[in-house]
Design a protein around this ligand. Structure first.
Ligand code: GDP
Ligand code: MG
Length: 177
């Protein structure tokens, strides 16, 4: 594939502070995990090249640089986003309840004609910690009511369903740019 027809997709990770967004990104891009908690600062995005359905794609994965602690989202972070992964912590129902407002903030900040066409995925992270406190049925219904968003119980720690969530949004994204 030549540089001219290479597809670049910008993927946003959104969700409350502490749900594991940075861990998911690091697991996916670097296959690393650390228990240390550090509010992310600095990095705008990491890149990863993948091939999905025989198309080579350069992913730019954007992680909120700690701004989510203030429940704010900058237009800079959202501009040009192609896909959005909403993340909550399966052990913290409040982080699931926040997904609605993250989705709304995303719609407000993206200056796209038709943001509803953007592929979403929902990750319920930290499933390694035991029974989820928000039932699969509840999450499933929430996702269904919002255009059938694909949903994944995942663990950045144990590398479970992380790749699957990224593959899902990439598969659902329009590739020609
Ligand atoms: P962020 O604020 O959303 O970027 O969250 P972080 O990636 O910084 O993670 C917050 C804390 O949760 C850190 O202590 C991580 O080690 C921990 N963590 C992240 N993902 C998982 C997971 O899948 N399982 C477990 N048990 N802990 C996790
Ligand atoms: Mg972070």
């Amino acid at each position: 594939m030549t540089a001219s027809n290479k597809t670049i997709l910008k993927v946003l990770l959104l969700g409350d502070s502490g749900v594991g967004k940075t861990s998911i990104m690091k697991r996916y891009v670097k296959n690393k995990f650390t228990n240390q908690y550090k509010a992310s600062i600095g990095t705008d995005f990491l890149t990863k090249q993948i091939t999905v359905d025989e198309v080579s794609v350069d992913l730019q994965i954007w992680d909120t640089a700690g701004q989510e602690r203030f429940f704010s989202l900058s237009p800079y972070y959202c501009r040009g986003a192609d896909c959005c992964i909403l993340v909550y912590d399966t052990n913290n129902p409040r982080t699931f309840e926040s997904l609605e407002s993250w989705r709304e903030k995303f719609f407000i900040q993206t200056s796209l004609q038709d943001p509803e066409k953007i592929p979403f995925a929902v990750i319920g992270n930290k499933i390694d910690m035991g029974e989820p406190l928000v039932s699969r049925k509840t999450v499933h219904e929430w996702c269904q009511a919002r255009g059938n968003i694909p949903f994944f119980f995942a663990s950045a720690k144990e590398n479970h369903n992380v790749t699957e969530a990224f593959t899902s949004v990439v598969q659902n994204a329009p590739k020609e740019k």
